[in-house]
Design a binder for this molecule. Structure first.
Ligand code: UD1
Ligand code: MG
Length: 457
């Protein structure tokens, strides 16, 4: 096998997206398009990957980090001009260079590997990845001669009516003999409708040199979708979503309605977990086995144990144990750490809170900036009063505490182990362990008061 190199084209503005965000940074299933491409390329055996950046260069670099080298294209004069920017890094290399557009997020490593093999088997100088598609509008067309051999690529805008009828398209992915590529690039002109230096023109140039130019036609045309506008973006999202969901289902996850379940690319889910409709599972969430997620839940960046149930709820950047029951209608805000066997019931909000094993907040509570021990019962309407308008303070509730309904715990405050708080209390001072604390006005009953009122009338 020869040395392998990769170039990713990601310098364009993406005018057709009509967006402040640079095209290749638009996410598909939660991950930037260009990151999808880099992730797939990193599965291949590649010596060096160079990403061509221009518009939003710093942001693209921030997204991709040091997984690739970078070449800067100051002015976007076309895809051939973009590849020329990698000259300094790649010009002298011997081997095969794969070029992929940063706006084809669905391309898979397997397909690129097949392209490499085809290229090497035929000892070609250039091999185009092509696909036959129903509506080829906008794509470059593959022009073959009477013997069926590839002659050149014609861009949609430059094509004649007859050429536009051709439905075999250039997917924007190619393999080149590296040396042949860089010498051909020198001869590309910008004499076309768009006044750009087109990379596809090197095909005709290499062919005219009498070298072997081939095409590898993939039948998984979905992979080759080039995202140029938001309509294509939604299409890519739909295909990627399907692919992700099928992967989970093949690994033993039940998804009740895959068309209505939104799982981002980096999520992991254990066997026999069931995901109900309307659920979004995002970021680097890891869900254990035998869980029930949804319906209608949003989980972002959480780590969740086994046999946990989360119904109609929102959970962000938190850790949630096993045998936990959350919802319906709960909100777990970032930096919460929920232990095993906990119950967080309806209309309960947690924020930056450690919640110990077997503890419960079953109804209508706000628990923020708190450390709750194990086996604690927070009665309906328990509130941590954590904010004085300027600063946030900690509420500490030790093991085995029972907080009666509708209590305010004014932080900073500690409620000692095993103590009881009477319903309706506003606790402003620490409560010793094993105590009963009552902090509310004493009830006064005025007998026959109503009769007196009536007499006055
Ligand atoms: C390109 C191909 C077309 C192919 C299609 C597949 C050319 C001229 N046309 O068209 O044959 O069918 O992809 O999706 O190559 N870019 C740069 N610098 C530039 C211009 C573009 O880095 O100066 C990058 C863009 O960021 C993008 C990629 O190259 O990621 C492709 O550019 P785009 O404008 O999307 O080309 P298409 O019109 O889609
Ligand atoms: Mg494109």
């Amino acid at each position: 096998m020869s040395n392998r190199y990769a170039v990713i084209l990601a310098a364009g503005q993406g005018t057709r997206m009509k967006s402040k965000l640079y095209k290749v940074l638009h996410p598909v299933c939660g991950k930037a398009m260009v990151q999808h491409v880099v992730d797939q390329i990193s599965k291949l055996n590649i010596q060096k990957t160079v990403t061509v950046i221009g518009h939003g260069a710093e942001k693209v670099k921030l997204e991709l980090g040091n997984k690739t080298d970078y070449a800067l294209q100051d002015k976007q004069l076309g895809t051939a001009h973009a590849v020329i920017q990698t000259e300094e890094i790649l010009r002298d290399k011997e081997g095969v260079t794969i070029i992929v557009c940063g706006d084809t997020p669905l391309i898979r490593a397997e397909t690129m590997e097949a392209l490499f093999s085809h290229h090497e088997k035929l000892a070609a100088k250039a091999t185009i990845l092509t696909a036959k598609i129903e509506d080829p509008t906008g794509y470059g067309r593959i022009i073959r001669n009477e013997n069926g051999l590839v002659e050149k690529i014609v861009e949609h805008k430059d094509a004649t009516d007859a050429e536009r009828k051709i439905n075999e398209i250039n997917t924007g992915t190619y393999c080149f003999d590296n040396q042949a590529l860089f010498s051909a690039l020198k001869q590309v002109s910008n004499d076309n409708v768009q006044g750009e230096y087109y990379l596809p023109d090197v095909i005709e140039i290499i062919k005219k040199q009498g070298e072997v130019v081939t095409a590898y036609q993939t039948d998984s045309f979905e992979e080759t979708l080039g995202v140029n506008d938001r309509v294509a973006l939604a299409e890519a999202e739909r295909i990627m979503r399907n692919r992700i969901n099928q992967n989970h289902m093949r690994n033993g996850v039940t998804i009740i309605d895959p068309a209505n379940t939104y799982i981002e690319s980096d999520v992991q889910i254990g066997q026999d977990t069931v995901v109900f409709p309307g659920s979004m599972v995002k970021g680097k969430t890891v869900i254990g086995s035998d869980c029930q997620i949804g319906p209608n839940s949003e989980i972002d960046g959480c780590e969740i144990g086994d046999e946990t149930v989360i119904r109609q709820s929102v959970a962000h950047k938190s850790s949630i144990g096993s045998h936990v029951n959350i919802g319906p209608f709960a909100h777990i805000r970032p930096d919460s750490n929920i232990s095993d066997e906990v119950k967080i019931g309806n209309f309960v909000e947690l924020k930056k809170t450690v919640f110990g094993k077997g503890s419960k907040a079953s109804h209508l509570s706000y628990i923020g900036d708190a450390e709750v021990g194990s086996n604690v019962n927070l009665g309906c309407g328990s509130i941590t009063v954590n904010y004085d308008g300027k600063n946030k303070f900690l509420t500490k509730i030790e093991d085995d505490v029972f907080v009666g309904c509708n209590s305010n715990l004014v932080a900073p405050v500690t409620v000692g182990k095993g103590s009881y708080i009477a319903a309706g209390s506003t606790i402003t001072k620490d409560v010793p362990g094993e105590a009963l604390s009552i902090a509310r006005a004493r009830q006064v009953n005025k007998e026959n008061y109503v009769q007196k009122l009536n007499v006055k009338k």
